[in-house]
Design a binder for this molecule. Structure first.
Ligand SMILES: Nc1ncnc2c1ncn2[C@@H]1O[C@H](COP(=O)(O)OP(=O)(O)OP(=O)(O)O)[C@@H](O)[C@H]1O
Ligand SMILES: [Mg+2]
Length: 475
């Protein structure tokens, strides 16, 4: 069987019409039937009353006629009495003798009608039948005529129901019009009402489709004051929590990406140093230099191992974030270690390193600070094409500022602000061509912020670049 898909609106309309039309038809039939019964009843009442008058009239008439016996008198005078009664009542009357033969009919065609009522009335009962004669309705009412308790015959009134039928017909039309009007009005109301129900549901459908496409900012505004409004509120809450959940997932994803960037960068620093020293060793003639290089390789190797262990630890506890581990450290020592790592590379490019540093104890993460300094020095060597790098410490207010200044090509003014952003087109082109990732400065900023410090970069094109690494003396 084919499934019929009806819309809610159509279902409501169908239900309303399905109830209304049978109810109206029922009321219609009952009313017309009642009306019809009332018309007949009032006719019968009238004819019953009239039959008593006729009985009296005929009784008097026979009493006066003393020459003949009652029965002969009734038979003889029947036609006269009938004519009188028909004239008086203004409708057709008939008189029958006690055997059921017609004695007189006020209408000449003498057409013999149904006689069920006649048989009954000759037997002493008033009786009636309702019949359609020549397209019109009539009540055929028969009443026995007595004289001194002897049945002489009966009188039959053929009472037309014209006026009653006219009322019924009018009523039929009026009620028909009222019924049609009620169906029409109720059809319009049902339509309006069903639209009120179906409208919010349609809106719900549209918004849920948008949400399915990922447009979570959509909200349903329904003020129908019913269950649909409650549902819309719950729906909005659900959407909100889905949106929050998705945002937290995105955040988590971004965090993981940042973490991966940080990890690779952190791993890159000791690896660069190790590779640098390994390449240098075969060219060294001085035994002391070889030993020093091996010490550095070992140190950086250990740092690498420590990083990997830290990474494993973090993965074990499900945290995608490196924490800075701040302790009291001499910044001067950290700078020296970083300089040691790049020293050979600087020598290779004929870059002179000028140090203006002093001992100062700061509350910092040693390895991460070294990573920051190394990246800045590495950038100067890699990108600036400089001849000298000044590494200068100074104290200002409650800060210690480490400036790393090179006399290289500098950086375009409009690129300066973007250097600390993780994704930057300009930076990327430069970085990739020089074997970099373009993440170093962004990670340095993050590390310094975590240590309650900061990093700033100033430059004049074709002249110099100065990177200021700021440490706060307070905890
Ligand atoms: N001293 C400098 N002189 C000239 N350009 C510089 C200097 N320092 C940084 N830059 C520019 O800034 C960019 C960003 O440096 P950053 O340290 O963030 O990334 P990277 O060194 O390319 O990659 P990574 O450090 O991740 O290996 C470089 O690509 C370079 O163009
Ligand atoms: Mg770098």
């Amino acid at each position: 069987m084919k499934k019929v898909n009806l819309k809610i609106k159509d279902k409501i309309m169908l239900m309303n019409m399905g109830i209304l039309i049978p109810v109206i038809t029922f009321i219609y039939i009952i009313t017309i039937n009642n009306l019809y019964s009332n018309v007949i009843k009032s006719s019968i009442d009238f004819l019953t009353k009239e039959s008593y008058n006729t009985q009296l009239y005929i009784e008097n008439y026979i009493e006066k006629d003393q020459d003949l016996d009652a029965e002969t008198s009734f038979i003889n005078k029947g036609p006269l009495i009938n004519t009188y009664l028909a004239n008086k009542l203004n409708f057709r009357t008939q008189i029958y003798d006690k055997t059921g033969n017609i004695l007189s009919d006020s209408v000449m065609n003498n057409l013999n009608l149904y006689n069920e009522d006649i048989t009954d009335s000759i037997n002493g009962n008033k009786a009636y039948v309702v019949k359609k004669i020549d397209g019109n309705m009539y009540v055929l009412f028969s009443s026995p005529i007595y004289f001194k308790n002897v049945t002489l015959g009966c009188i039959r009134y053929i009472y037309p129901l014209h006026s009653g039928q006219e009322i019924i017909n009018n009523m039929f039309v009026i009620m028909g019009i009222i019924a049609c009007l009620s169906v029409f009005i109720s059809w319009i109301l049902s339509r309006l009402f069903s639209e009120k129900i179906a409208g919010p549901i349609k809106e719900l459908k549209i918004v849920s489709e948008k949400i399915a496409k990922g447009e979570y900012d959509n909200k349903i505004e329904i003020e129908s004051g019913d269950e649909i409004e409650d549902f819309a509120k719950t729906f909005n809450l659900t959407t909100e929590s889905i949106k929050n959940y998705i945002e937290s997932l995105k955040e988590e994803k971004q965090k993981q990406k940042n973490f991966l960037d940080n990890v690779t960068h952190e791993l890159k620093t000791p690896l660069t140093a190790i590779i640098g020293y390994s390449e240098l060793i075969p060219r060294l003639e001085n035994k002391k230099d070889v030993e020093d290089s091996l010490i550095y390789i070992k140190k950086e190797g250990r740092r690498l191992l420590k990083l990997v262990e830290e990474l494993l630890e973090l993965s074990k506890i499900g945290k995608a974030e490196f924490n800075v581990d701040r302790n009291g450290n001499n910044l001067c020592e950290v700078i020296e270690e970083a300089l040691n790592v790049i020293q050979l590379r600087a020598k290779k490019y004929d870059i002179e390193i000028i140090k203006e540093i002093f001992d100062t104890n700061l509350f910092i993460d040693k390895d991460k600070t070294k990573q920051v300094i190394l990246n800045v020095l590495d950038n100067a060597i890699k990108y600036s094409e400089c001849t000298s790098i000044i590494v200068k410490m100074e104290e200002k207010d409650s800060c210690v500022i480490l400036s790393i200044i090179d006399d290289g090509i500098g950086i375009e003014k409009n690129h300066l602000d973007k250097l600390f952003e993780p994704i930057n087109g300009v930076k990327k082109v430069n970085s990739i061509s020089k074997n970099g990732n373009g993440l170093g400065l962004c990670i340095c900023k993050e590390i310094m912020k975590k240590q309650n410090g900061d990093i700033e970069i100033y430059s004049e094109e074709k002249k110099w670049t100065s990177v200021k690494i700021i440490f706060r003396k307070s905890y």
